[in-house]
Design a protein around this ligand. Structure first.
Ligand code: FAD
Length: 379
């Protein structure tokens, strides 16, 4: 077993770091407090080849591995935490599902634009009555001539305030087998009032008022749920990688602070009570990183397994949050202030413990692997 990156991976990571320092370092604080999508960053990343890292070259991507994409998102986050969201949107999110299962028409019509950083695609899964129990979703697709009429609504959708395309999970028929997905142009969606998460990200409830979806805009028809979730595991890896990277970002800020801030005539890093916090956090971050890299390296055709993903996301979500929380404590009122990015990292990491499969739901999945049986959650 080799725990070192290959020379190519090291070279790639170094090139991303040079790019991030040159193009993203300036403005990192401002971007974190701006709910608008950083389109300028998206275009720069497109030019740098950082969108579509794992997408096949024939489809306009870079043909790289999932680990390459993880290295990119971590490296960008180490310089500009907010810009890591652009790496997520351009590599790990619904774009990856589109590239994996989309037809040549879908790729021609949408993928090229997304890879240029000129558009963004959302995934609409969660509904008011279907959160963790996602298979309870009620958004219905009813046959209408050669297409489908879609009726229902989605909540908490990332990028929903400005996305131009939504990959919506819909119900073609009853049960889990009746679930599939369609691509809906944002122009045919009614947006409700805009709300804000604790992280500052904005979302709007999306209403599909009998939207007519042509047959060719079905991404995965009836029976497509399993494939959809296999693709969603990639999204979870991006979520995990950002949790870890923002936790590490906060850790590095606190480390630098502890080496220059004096109280009682001594540097903070000289107090054992704080040294042990750093040791505990380093243990959490480094062990979560091994699980993350294992999930990425074990991925078959770029798709990580459900169990590897659940373990990696759980470890990274907890490590990231704990790291940011301890870093804020070490930095006192400075860390709690919005003049540093530490409080931002904490707020973001908190959200990832809920988004994309909460830590409790991940533990349920891990338990199923341990006991080699399913545990239906319904009463
Ligand atoms: C920052 C952020 C971004 C998001 N982005 C998107 C997006 O882009 N697209 C999208 O579709 N959705 C998105 N979501 C929604 C997210 O997927 C849901 O919030 C999540 O699935 C949980 O659903 P819920 O909030 O309705 O909580 P609920 O499902 O109501 O759960 C409430 C609590 O109960 C726990 N719980 C529920 N069932 C069980 C159980 N069986 N065992 C143990 N505990 C349980 C949960 O873990 C949670 O702590 C986002 C959420 C956040 C916070």
């Amino acid at each position: 077993m080799d725990f070192n990156l290959t020379p190519e991976q090291t070279q790639f990571r170094d090139s991303v770091l040079r790019f991030a320092k040159k193009e993203l370092a300036e403005g990192a604080l401002r971007r974190a407090h701006d709910p608008a999508y950083p389109w300028d960053v998206a275009k720069k990343m497109a030019r740098q080849g950082l969108l579509g890292i794992t997408i096949a070259e024939k489809d306009g991507g870079q043909g790289g591995s999932l680990l390459d994409a993880v290295l990119a998102i971590e490296t960008v986050a180490s310089v500009c935490p907010r810009s890591a969201d652009v790496v997520q949107a351009g590599n790990f999110g619904a774009i990856r599902v589109l590239a994996e299962y989309g037809s040549s028409l879908h790729k021609e019509k949408f993928l090229a634009r997304l890879l240029k950083g000129e558009g963004v695609i959302s995934v609409g899964m969660t509904e008011p009555e279907a959160g963790s129990a996602v298979t309870d979703l009620a958004t219905k697709a009813t046959r209408d001539g050669k297409g489908w009429r879609v009726k229902g609504s989605k909540v908490f959708t990332t990028h929903s305030a400005y996305a131009d395309l939504v990959l919506a999970y819909v119900r073609f028929g009853p049960g889990v087998g009746g679930i599939g997905s369609v691509l809906i142009d944002a122009k045919s969606i009614r947006r409700g009032k805009t709300s804000q998460f604790m992280s500052g990200e904005e979302w709007a409830e999306l209403y599909f008022d009998d939207v007519l979806v042509p047959e060719e805009m079905v991404l995965l028809g009836e029976g497509g749920f399993k494939k959809q979730i296999a693709g969603f595991n990639v999204e979870r890896i991006g979520n995990a990688a950002r949790s870890l990277a923002l936790g590490r970002y906060a850790f590095e800020q606190a480390r630098a602070w502890a080496m220059q801030r004096k109280q009682f005539g001594r540097l903070l890093c000289e107090f054992q009570g704080l040294q042990w916090k750093f040791a505990d956090v380093k243990l959490k971050l480094d062990s979560a990183q091994l699980l993350l890299y294992r999930a990425a390296l074990n991925a078959k055709d770029g798709m990580p397994s459900a169990e590897d993903t659940a373990l990696a996301k759980l470890a990274c979500n907890q490590a990231g949050f704990d790291a940011a929380n301890e870093a804020l404590q070490v930095m006192g009122a400075t860390g709690y202030s919005s003049d540093t990015l530490v409080e931002y990292c904490l707020r973001r990491c908190r959200g990832w413990m809920i988004a994309g499969g909460s830590v409790e739901i991940l533990k349920n999945r891990i338990a199923e692997g341990i006991f080699e049986r399913g545990f239906p959650q319904r009463g």
